[in-house]
Design a protein around this ligand. Structure first.
Ligand SMILES: [Mg+2]
Length: 413
């Protein structure tokens, strides 16, 4: 008797129904680890595009106000830029200068996959945002440089181009407002972006089952469907609000109103609880924005803990590591909808990454237009009718205003 049958026999059908809306729980692995390991160990950077060594001569950290960016130069004078995640760079940049940048110097940029792994090996005690945001910033600068050298987009350095346009979802965060107040704001946001999908916040955020305002979640879930009709794709994010039992209850409401995914029902590191929610519901569970470990992503993918995989380019250490996760997800038949945080150029880097994914989900996060002066010959970088054209020019496919770059100073402490 397998575990599923055992649970059925010991609890009876009525109890099973109480565990979730419709699904029977299971602890059976969904995917073999070997298959995930094989795909995750394949090279990401297309080294064959570069016949000669590209020796990295310098990395510099440039700062102006809240803006931080990495400039890389090769011994032959090629240059690239990686704009940091500026929500976090102001307090993490010493890690970049002292722990990350030195490991790139005098290395062959064609070995970027192994440089990334070496940065982890030398700094594993820092695994988390503290290491991954600095690493991602340096890695993106190197990819930008390599792309400019080869005349190829970053998308084509890490994979093949699968998407010319990316459909976005409108993110909303009005937890402090009632359901009725929230819906008015959400309508304004959707009007502006013309998005064909939107994501609401449910629960109170890491709140042990408490709602942000009493009854808000129960009122908002049907109200959003009623307001936007059947054609709008709806997602919901609880930001770790619930234990497994309450998570399943809220998930049942989302299923009733045909929401398309349910993000972080339980605190992000409550993996067993998240899996219980996934086992108890039909709605796909989304997660991974806080995930900093390749091994835990592997476990979550192999064990059916999440069905929509959401690495964040910065929080997970860049394009190469995120591509490995995306490939594991693909092997497991799962979609990837990366998380991306605002400010800096995260939205643009995310477009380049998503364009390389054969298993990208239908709609992607977009947190507004860049706050720094940047333009592209191949994209307006703005949402039109809910879609953004992916830049296709060399490297990141963008030009950061040189006058803006010139305002920055090199930071060395
Ligand atoms: Mg989230």
């Amino acid at each position: 008797m397998n575990r599923r049958e055992l649970i059925k026999a010991s609890l009876g059908a009525g109890a099973i129904t109480m565990l979730g809306c419709s699904k029977v729980p299971s602890n059976e692995p969904v995917v073999e680890y070997d298959m995930l390991d094989e795909t995750a160990s394949k090279p990401v950077l297309k080294r064959e595009l570069f016949p000669d060594p590209v020796i990295i001569a310098s990395l510099e950290l440039l700062n102006y106000g809240e803006s931080y960016m990495v400039r890389v130069r090769s011994k032959d004078g090629a240059t690239g830029y990686g704009v940091c995640n500026n929500l976090h760079a102001y307090y993490l940049y010493p890690v970049l200068i002292h722990k990350v940048m030195p490991l790139f110097i005098d290395k062959d940029a064609r070995d970027l996959d192994s440089i990334v792994d070496q940065v982890f090996k030398e700094n594993y005690k820092l695994q988390g945002l503290a290491l991954w945001i600095p690493l991602a910033s340096a890695e993106i600068a190197v990819l930008d440089m390599l792309g400019r050298m080869a005349g190829k987009s970053i998308t084509n350095l890490i994979g093949d181009r699968h998407h010319e346009m990316i459909a976005i979802y409108q993110a909303n965060n009005y937890r402090g407002r009632t359901a009725r107040e929230s819906i008015e704001r959400i309508k304004e946001n959707v009007e502006e972006s013309q998005a064909k999908a939107l994501k609401i916040k449910v629960g109170g955020r890491m709140s042990n089952n408490a709602d942000s305002l009493p009854g808000r979640t129960e009122e908002l879930i049907p109200l959003v469907r009623e307001t936007f009709g059947r054609d709008m794709t709806l997602y919901a994010d609880s930001n770790g609000s619930y234990d497994a039992a309450r998570g399943i209850e809220v998930g049942c409401m989302l299923e009733k109103y045909d929401y398309a995914f349910y993000e972080e029902p339980c605190p992000f590191d409550w993996l067993e609880e998240t899996k219980r929610v996934a086992d108890g519901l039909e709605i796909p569970i989304a997660g991974g924005e806080q995930e900093t470990s390749m091994r835990r992503f592997r476990w979550m993918i192999a064990n059916g803990c999440i069905q929509v995989v959401q690495p964040d380019l910065f929080y997970f250490g860049g394009m190469i590591r995120s591509t490995r996760v995306a490939r594991m997800a693909e092997a497991a038949g799962l979609e990837v909808i990366p998380h991306i945080s605002g400010r800096g150029l995260g939205n643009i880097y995310n477009l380049l990454f998503v364009a390389s994914l054969p298993n990208a989900g239908a709609h992607h996060e977009f947190k507004g237009n860049p706050r720094i002066p940047v333009e592209s010959d191949t994209s307006s970088l703005e949402s039109k009718q809910g879609e953004i054209v992916v830049p296709t020019g060399p490297g990141a496919g963008i030009k950061i205003d040189p006058d803006f770059i010139a305002k920055h100073e090199i930071t060395t402490i």
